[in-house]
Design a binder for this molecule. Structure first.
Ligand code: UDX
Length: 494
């Protein structure tokens, strides 16, 4: 519980805390920059010298819309700096946010806690006065309580050092918006002092009316994995329906739209396609299953196995459809793979369905050329053998099958007529259901997507206008509702 020392320092720490942010990846760099924008003095810390050098020189070392401008702004105030020096950080900060990664352990479903443990203990060993460590990384339930005991035992500050958990829900591509205007804040605390400090540091955000849920450490850790499990389940649910639709030539697009009109279900995260990927959803549902088994609650989240399996099957189905479009074999077939990032507006290829499908196609002997507007460098790091094009045109020139794997605006906005002129065969799998099916068909493309009926693939290299007209008619029947197909076809939840 709260000590007198805490009580005395609470006012100072809540009024003008100095902040460190440990880990300067997508989450940490954004958090550091946004906290400086809110008016705090902030020191970002990382063991990666290259990352720190980039940030110090005003460059964001990954793609995140709006973040470079925010970094510029924050640096110009003189309130933001970055370092690799942990002792400087320990002396500088009153509140230390932990934003390091908790990736999946190789060969296991479990989360690798090495970085979070190292960050907490390295800091704690050098913190000498009252301070609050605030974990933001996604961790297995029980980690925060264990770390709290460990840092208090280890630190010269002893019980004047507290630890709280404050999970982060930011989405890549919307990181600045989600950090400065989150839909909720969650404070996992073991003392009223910690709650006071968190309420203080987040005051500008709370004053906007942002709801806050204050709970214990374990619940706050669970909130994050529960949220990501729910989102993953919703995506796999609609993708499971896509599988069923495929079995009877029904249309999952119409089905999703019809479901979305039910307010209780809602349309968000109900977009069928190639499934989820990224640095959070896949590893979080696996780590949750692993931890649940450890604590004797494995049966409660066993369904997540299916969620993961449905997600994986979408990738296999995409490969199967490309093979069909290619005429039954992928051997030597020139394929334009559009997209490598796990979603648009990101250069993140962690567990990316797009990159995985491109890689599988190449493994089956196809001559794959990948183009992604932002993720080429990261894709090359993961699969150096995968040929990359420098432009959409280069990727498409001479392609026998095209497959849309990440729904970047550049791909959605490209004119099907212009693209048809580049390829050897106008055949496309729109694995994200993001393109204008009717427009493509009109332009002579054999167009397919997942979970929706499609017209037969023409046997000629370039279909005759009569063949196009027939396909157009057929498509009219099966995609009547796609007429108004907008980038996000489902109504948003209120
Ligand atoms: C996610 C959570 O949304 C965020 O709250 C958490 O903090 C981190 O994990 P992010 O990984 O940035 O964020 O991606 P998100 O926008 O949630 O998309 C996840 C994946 O699901 C993407 O691969 C996306 O393409 C896919 N997706 C999303 C679908 O396939 N269908 C949908 O309807 C929505």
């Amino acid at each position: 519980m709260r000590t007198d020392t805490h009580h005395l320092t609470a006012a100072r720490v809540t009024a003008t805390p100095r902040i460190t942010v440990v880990g300067t990846g997508y989450l940490g760099a954004t958090h550091a920059i946004c906290m400086a924008q809110l008016g705090y003095e902030v020191l970002g810390v990382d063991v990666d010298t290259a990352k720190i050098d980039a940030l110090r020189s005003g460059r964001v070392p990954f793609h995140e819309p709006g973040l470079p401008e925010a970094l510029d702004q924050a640096m110009s105030t003189g309130r933001l700096d970055f370092t690799t020096d942990f002792s400087r950080a320990a002396q500088f900060g009153d509140i230390h946010f932990l934003c390091v990664g908790t990736p999946q352990k190789p060969g296991s479903q479990a989360a690798d806690l090495r970085f979070v443990e190292a960050a907490a203990t390295q800091l704690a060993a050098q913190i000498t006065g009252p301070a609050l460590i605030v974990g933001k990384s996604t961790v297995p339930v029980g980690t925060a309580a264990m770390l709290r005991e460990r840092v208090r035992t280890l630190s010269p500050a002893g019980r004047a050092l507290d630890l709280a958990w404050n999970p982060e829900f930011l989405r890549e591509g919307f990181a600045v918006q989600d950090t400065l205007h989150p839909d909720r804040l969650v404070f996992g605390v073991a003392s009223t002092w910690a709650e006071q400090v968190l309420r203080g540091v987040y005051r500008p955000i709370l004053e906007e009316g942002t709801p806050v849920v204050v709970s214990d450490l374990a619940t706050s850790e669970l909130v994050k994995v529960a949220a990501n499990s729910f989102l993953a389940t919703k995506i796999s649910y609609i993708n499971a329906m896509a599988e069923v639709c495929e079995a009877v030539d029904a249309d999952v697009g119409d089905l999703a739209r019809a479901l979305a009109h039910d307010d209780r279900i809602g349309g968000r995260f109900l977009r069928p396609g190639l499934g989820f990927g990224g640095g959070c959803l896949p590893k979080d549902i696996r780590a949750f299953q692993h931890r649940a088994r450890e604590i004797g609650a494995g049966a409660a989240v066993r369904f997540l196995e299916d969620v993961d399996a449905i997600n994986a099957r979408r990738r296999s189905r995409a490969v199967e459809l490309v093979r069909e479009l290619a005429g039954g074999s992928l051997l030597g077939v020139r394929i334009a793979a559009l997209g490598a990032a796990f979603k648009p507006d990101s250069d993140d290829v962690r567990d990316s369905p797009a990159l995985d499908v491109a890689h599988r196609l190449r493994r089956e002997g196809a001559d794959v050329v990948v183009y992604d507007p932002e993720a080429a460098e990261n894709a090359h790091r993961v699969h150096p053998d995968l040929p990359l094009a420098a432009s959409l045109t280069e990727a498409m020139r001479g392609a026998q099958v095209t497959v849309l794997l990440t729904e970047w605006d550049e791909f959605r906005e490209a004119r099907p007529e212009s693209l048809a002129a580049l390829v050897a065969e106008p055949r496309i799998l729109d694995a994200r259901d993001a393109l204008d099916a009717r427009g493509y068909t009109r332009a002579g493309w054999a167009y397919r997507t997942l979970g929706r009926p499609f017209p037969p693939v023409p046997s000629a290299a370039h279909p005759t206008s009569a063949a196009v007209a027939v396909r157009e008619e057929e498509l009219e029947l099966c995609t009547a509702a796609a007429e108004d197909a907008e980038p996000v076809p489902l109504p948003a939840e209120p």
